[in-house]
Design a protein around this ligand. Structure first.
Ligand code: ZN
Length: 307
């Protein structure tokens, strides 16, 4: 039996990520700025349009006429110098809701990247105006680390146990998820034939329809996460990865990802570990704007360092 408390699984998983993590981005010195980062090996649409828009400087938002660079962060549309037809469209395997804290500065948030690049699948809400998830709570998961959060590869088991029974509050002080997972494994499915293998392998008929991300600074997040409308949802924690975000919050660990990085890494893991399909860069274009801006800033910092 490989059943272990989720916490142990996470620790083991983090350790196995050591090699991968060591090659990830660092921008702390001039030398490391030249290192390859995850932003260098993406399968992206041509960014020529962004290069020319950048040379032209700020442009107008076609809707509100504000002066913006690349896109309008209040209207979620590209500016006049960046025609929509030149922006890639990414199709996602599930819907994404982003809940934005009202105090989060729009211009600094990367949540809008997701809406621009996957307009059909992404919705942005400003807290406290969020949808009522009550009716579909078994089809939704919230990306947020917590005592009961699980990793992407544990989604099938957790969903099954959530469908079969509500996770009862536990009296032993251990994670409430562990006994629920155990019962999911021991109980048989509708046709009485669910094996351990089937429970573990990803299913394309996943009941998981929507993932919720919270877009706010770490300190503001608590108010949203404790909202009663978000209680009882399956909670997913991402594998540890270092951020490439140039506005990375001071004093926070570099594993605190920007919203678009979190969405991207979740989808890559979901594709590989839940859908069990080979990842061929299907969601890389979600980083179309992010990688371009990242490289601009890295190059600017690099040349500033030479002088
Ligand atoms: Zn606008």
């Amino acid at each position: 039996m490989s059943l272990m408390p989720p916490v142990t699984l996470k620790e083991d998983d983090n350790k196995s990520q050591g090699v991968e993590r060591s090659s990830e981005c660092l921008m702390t010195s001039q030398e490391t700025a030249k290192e390859e980062t995850p932003m260098d090996n993406l399968l992206l649409a041509s960014q020529t349009i962004l290069e020319s828009a950048q040379k032209q400087g700020r442009s107008k938002c076609p809707r509100c006429h504000s002066s913006r660079m690349f896109y309008c962060y209040t209207c979620y549309v590209p500016v006049e110098t960046v025609p929509t037809r030149d922006i890639p469209v990414v199709k996602l395997p599930l819907k994404i809701d982003i809940i934005k804290h009202p105090n989060e500065t729009d211009g600094k948030s990367t949540a809008v990247h997701a809406k621009l690049l996957a307009p059909e699948d992404v919705m942005i809400y400003t807290y406290p105006c969020i949808p009522d998830y009550e009716e579909m709570r078994h089809e939704i998961a919230l990306i947020f680390p917590g005592p009961n959060s699980i990793l992407v590869n544990d989604i099938p088991l957790s969903l099954q146990s959530k469908c079969e029974k509500n996770v009862s509050s536990d009296k032993d002080g251990d994670s409430a998820m562990a006994p629920a997972l155990k019962s999911a494994r021991l109980e048989s499915g509708e046709d009485g034939s669910v094996s351990e293998q089937q429970v573990h392998s990803g299913s394309k008929n996943t009941p998981l329809k929507k993932i919720i991300f919270i877009d706010s600074t770490w300190n503001q997040t608590n108010k949203i996460v404790t909202d009663e409308r978000l209680q009882g949802l399956l909670q997913i924690e991402l594998k540890s990865r270092k951020t490439c975000f140039w506005r990375h919050q001071k004093g926070k660990p570099d594993t605190y990802l920007s919203t678009i990085e979190a969405i991207y890494y979740f989808l890559v893991d979901y594709h590989k570990e839940f859908l069990k399909e080979k990842y061929k860069g299907q969601y890389d274009n979600l980083l179309f704007f992010f990688s371009f801006m990242y490289k601009l800033i890295r190059n600017a910092r690099g040349s500033a360092g030479k002088e």
